[in-house]
Design a protein around this ligand. Structure first.
Ligand SMILES: [Zn+2]
Length: 342
């Protein structure tokens, strides 16, 4: 059930947004891959009343990605047939779909999900259009799918028309992210050093266990294995962004298999000591983009020192999707089948 991929590093892009004096999002390497994801499967369970159970029928269970509770009344289309989930969120297919067979799931209150059948994954989650956390569809667009590249000199946050144009940046591997103090941190004030550890702790708390950032340490940065990511923390006033008035930069992960080192750079030791700046840049390394809500840590110019409930929810939802997923909720295998041949 591991899928592979064709992946190539594409570009280095720069995404910055200037407001008062800071921030910015990212440089990028993009490589696409697909991978395992957390929707573990369980076959079995009662047959839905709107389906005709077959002895060897495959049961799909549709759940909310936010609450994990079953979604009833969802319309599931697979193999030319359309089925409606019962009160247990389940449909029983008359026959087992072929591997990689398209599955469309439409349900009120959730983004339309287009995915494919992967043998073991029979429990499929849906991404809420809005939630009690305050999450709106627009938050999902901005935080997850905003196009991160500058275009014609325009910062990404101002490219309203580009919203939703990019794919989910999450790496394939769920191995812990190693974080290293690197150039500029030797001899830095202890509060700047300690601040990085505090920001990592805040990020881990927000992620909720689906992925772990290892507390930063002083060590030689080893080469990353395929699928692994490291984060290098640096203080370098000569970084190109600093001359433009930014205080820090954070690189997002590639959307796939490629491993490597993402850099978080501070333009001075003072900025390295500001908690919300460190949290924001680490948020970029997780794959978060910018939002327009000033309460969010990921809002440029925000001084929030806690990821908001909707940011926390978005991170959990992102970990339920493969890298390369596109807005509204389309599996990369649906638009680039050649990457999913097995
Ligand atoms: Zn940013």
């Amino acid at each position: 059930m591991v899928h592979r991929l064709a992946a190539v590093c594409l570009l280095i892009g720069r995404s910055t947004y200037m407001k008062s004096h800071w921030i910015l999002g990212a440089a990028i390497t993009a490589a696409l891959a697909l991978g395992l994801i957390s929707c573990g499967g369980g076959d079995g369970g009662p047959a839905g009343p709107t389906t005709t159970p077959a002895a060897d029928g495959t049961v799909l269970t549709i759940v909310s990605g936010e609450t994990d509770s079953p979604v009833s009344g969802a319309r599931v289309t697979v193999d030319g047939g359309t089925f409606t989930t019962n009160s247990a969120g389940q449909v029983t297919l008359p026959q087992r779909p072929a591997n990689m067979a398209p599955i469309d799931i439409l349900a009120a209150g959730y983004l339309d999900r287009l995915t494919v059948f992967r043998g073991q994954e029979t429990r499929l989650s849906l991404w809420p259009r809005r939630s009690p956390t305050g999450l709106l569809e627009s938050d999902t667009v901005y935080l997850v799918y905003t196009h991160v590249n500058w275009r014609d000199g325009v910062p990404p946050l101002l490219q309203v028309g580009a919203a939703g144009g990019d794919s989910l940046r999450q790496r394939y591997s769920r191995a812990p992210v190693q974080v290293f103090y690197s150039d500029g941190f030797e001899g830095a004030d202890s509060w700047a050093i300690d601040n990085q550890a505090a920001a990592v702790a805040e990020l881990n708390d927000a992620i909720g266990g689906g992925l772990t950032y290892v507390p930063p340490r002083f060590a030689e940065i080893p080469a990353a294995n395929m699928g692994e990511l490291h984060v290098a923390l640096t203080i370098d006033p000569t970084h190109a962004s600093c001359a433009s008035g930014f205080v820090a930069t954070g690189e997002p992960p590639p959307a796939g298999l490629a491993g490597g080192t993402l850099r978080v750079n501070y333009c001075s030791v003072r900025y390295a000591g500001i908690l919300h700046v460190a949290m924001h840049e680490l948020g970029h390394t997780f794959g978060l983009r910018h939002t327009a809500d000033s309460n969010d840590v990921m809002s440029p110019g925000s001084e929030s020192q806690a990821f908001t409930p909707k940011e926390r929810l978005v991170m959990r939802l992102m970990l339920q999707r493969r890298p390369g997923n596109t807005f509204p909720d389309t599996d990369v295998c649906r638009w680039r089948p050649s990457w999913c041949l097995d």
